[in-house]
Design a protein around this ligand. Structure first.
Ligand SMILES: NC(=O)c1ccc[n+]([C@@H]2O[C@H](COP(=O)([O-])OP(=O)(O)OC[C@H]3O[C@@H](n4cnc5c(N)ncnc54)[C@H](O)[C@@H]3O)[C@@H](O)[C@H]2O)c1
Length: 262
């Protein structure tokens, strides 16, 4: 197969300054795309600025992706710089609290749903007019294994990620006639800082050792393996590329065949 080519493609990535979003940025940049990323974390954005890849093809903005006014202002900058869009990656999503519903605070539930679902609505709403300006474009929503399975002690997160799947399926139907493809990726257990925090919180809540919980997470995949941020970057760059030009409405696991999440 020929090398994937994203030359001249213009891409927006939410929460792109670290973790999976940064891995997606690197994958897209290495294949020739230009990326406008936003993030709330100034330190992480400064790291991006100092990265050797930071050149004319990466643009950054500091915003809270869950604040609609800030998202509207961000897209004014995107429009000025890019004029049109080839892809939107809705990557923003927080882990939310760990606990049973009886114990969780309503505010924790509301905040998780707000950040993980409303922000995707804001980004989709602002990007669709720009995506329509391209002959063939695409939206990728980052859901989770928790968007296709239950996830004990993480009900706000699971509910938010199932919502992302519902939005993906519906948008794919609404936007097909404009040749805008909409897919979701469901990453498995990713090796990185976020899973370290999730494992620590679960260990505290269940009083089981972190090592045991880590091994349990890994064993939930038939391939008995961690998933890496770069695996998600590679899947995104494929879905954005012309090689995926008739793939839409799909919920794609990148999870080593995760068969449970508990
Ligand atoms: N890490 C995993 O194991 C895993 C598994 C499945 C799905 N996911 C999903 O993948 C996506 C990325 O996950 P990650 O592990 O890279 O996340 P992360 O927790 O490492 O955070 C990534 C970035 O999000 C930014 N961010 C947080 N709140 C923000 C806000 N309000 N506005 C703008 N930026 C904000 C952070 O500053 C950070 O740079 C999320 O949607 C997550 O739910 C992650």
């Amino acid at each position: 197969m020929a090398q994937l080519n994203l030359k001249n493609k213009k891409i927006v990535i939410s929460a792109g300054a670290s973790g999976i979003g940064w891995a997606i940025t690197k994958a897209c940049i290495s294949k020739g795309a230009s990326v406008y990323l936003c993030d709330i974390d100034r330190k992480a954005l400064n790291k991006v600025k100092n990265h050797h890849l930071f050149n004319r093809r990466i643009f950054i903005s500091e915003i809270d992706a869950s604040n609609e006014i800030e998202v509207i202002d961000f897209f004014k900058l995107v429009k000025k710089k890019f004029k049109k869009l080839d892809a939107l990656i809705n990557n923003i999503g927080i882990a939310g609290p760990t606990g049973t519903i009886e114990k969780l605070q309503s505010s924790e539930w509301e905040n998780t749903l707000h950040v993980n679902v409303n922000s995707h609505f804001y980004f989709n709403k602002q990007s669709i007019p720009l995506l329509k300006k391209t002959r063939s474009s695409s939206i990728i929503n980052i859901s989770s294994g928790a968007g296709i399975m239950g996830f004990p002690f993480r009900s706000p997160y699971a509910a938010s990620k199932w919502a992302v799947v519902g939005m993906t399926k519906t948008l794919a139907m609404e936007l097909g006639k404009y040749k805008i493809r909409v897919n979701a990726i469901c990453p498995g257990t990713i090796k990185g800082d976020r899973m370290k925090r999730v494992i620590k919180d679960k260990a505290k809540f269940t009083k089981i050792s972190s090592k045991k919980i880590e091994n349990e997470f890994i064993s939930m995949a038939s391939m008995n393996s961690w998933i890496y941020e770069d695996d998600i970057g590679k899947m995104c760059s494929f879905l954005i590329s012309d090689d995926a030009e008739r793939i839409s409405g799909q919920i794609i696991g990148v999870d080593g065949n995760a068969i449970r999440l508990d």
